[in-house]
Design a protein around this ligand. Structure first.
Ligand SMILES: [Zn+2]
Ligand SMILES: [Zn+2]
Length: 332
């Protein structure tokens, strides 16, 4: 297979990075893996995709390694990956798991792509017919040389590519104060050098925030909405506010019943390197009883009378004077 053909097969351009090549392969492999796709050409297509991926990755990794300053030491390339963290992990630090997907030698066939048997077996590639469909034409099965039976059987695990996608779980210590987009570098956890000798590259984990039902981030600030009774907004008081590090107390001053935003300094994402600590910003959303009891209604009416008496709503009084004249005086 030529590299142009391989690129065409994977649907990628000349400048595709190893990451993009693997991504394209994984995407197509989902569609063409014979476990998922019953079409007769799926086996063939999957094997071709695997071969295309290998072909494009190998020279690439070699090239990059040769260009790097430590080329004489033959070091592997860095590996870039995202790591999703909870807001609690971002605030408090701790352990997190990174799942590394890596193309490894097939365990079943030790990378050979086929298995040798003591006696002939039905060829898994052509199902014993000796022929495989290639486009519109039937051609002789290369696996069994057209006999339908062979002692050498294409590996059912890797379908002849000799490779499989392996997963490795790495436990990472996360320091507090990372923000989405920050990078966590793990020395020596990147790709092994193409030559097999020398030190591996680094693993660069780019932090992503796992969406949270309550908290969002604005820079280093943590933002949340908290419902609060209008009577707390009106009369003031102290309320508890959740935060990733545990509940905090917030003083609400007496004022209007409109929504307002208050903040607690240094209760956001903690400081890290030259970055200052963020705030915990609380958007207070007013709520009021939707079906008041008779006692509440009595209290509300007493409150209304007191508000009118004290002329505590001058804008309302001005509006009423303008549009209702003196008649409103009878009711208030
Ligand atoms: Zn295999
Ligand atoms: Zn065959």
């Amino acid at each position: 297979m030529k590299t142009t053909e391989a690129r065409k097969l994977l649907g990628i351009g000349r400048d595709a990075t190893p990451h993009a090549i693997k991504k394209a392969f994984r995407h197509l492999a989902m569609r063409w893996h014979p476990d998922r796709n019953p079409a007769p050409e799926a086996h063939e297509m999957f094997a071709r995709l695997s071969a295309a991926c290998d072909l494009l990755l190998e020279p690439f990794e070699q090239e990059v390694a040769d260009d790097s300053p430590a080329a004489n030491e033959s070091s592997g390339t860095d590996r870039n990956q995202d790591i999703e963290l909870d807001i609690e992990q971002i605030c408090l630090g701790g352990k997190a798991e990174a799942v590394l997907e890596t193309v490894v030698e097939c365990e079943e066939c030790a990378g050979r792509g086929h298995q040798e048997h003591g006696h002939s077996q039905l060829c898994t590639h052509c199902q014993g017919s000796g022929k495989v469909r290639r486009g519109k034409t039937l051609s002789r099965c290369a696996d069994c040389d057209g006999r339908g039976y062979s002692r050498r059987i294409r590996c059912p695990q890797c379908l002849g590519s000799g490779r499989q996608v392996g997963r490795r779980i790495l436990t990472v210590t996360v320091p507090p104060g990372l923000l989405p987009g920050d990078e966590l570098r793990l020395e020596g956890e990147g790709h092994a050098p193409a030559s097999g000798k020398g030190r591996p590259g680094d693993l660069r984990l780019r932090v992503q925030l796992r969406p949270h039902p309550l908290y969002t981030l604005d820079g280093s600030d943590i933002v949340l909405e908290r419902p609060v009774s209008i009577f707390v907004l009106l009369g003031g008081g102290s309320i508890s506010v959740p935060s990733p590090g545990g509940p905090r107390e917030l003083d609400v001053e007496a004022g209007s019943a409109n929504a307002r935003e208050l903040s607690i300094p240094d209760a956001g994402i903690p400081a890290r390197n030259k970055r200052a600590a963020g705030k915990l910003r609380v958007r207070l959303v007013p709520v009021s009883p939707s079906s008041p009891t008779p006692v509440l209604i009595k209290l509300y009416r007493a409150l209304q009378a007191e508000i009118a008496q004290a002329n505590a709503l001058p804008e309302l009084a001005a509006w009423e004077r303008r549009w209702l004249g003196d008649s409103k005086a009878d009711r208030n």
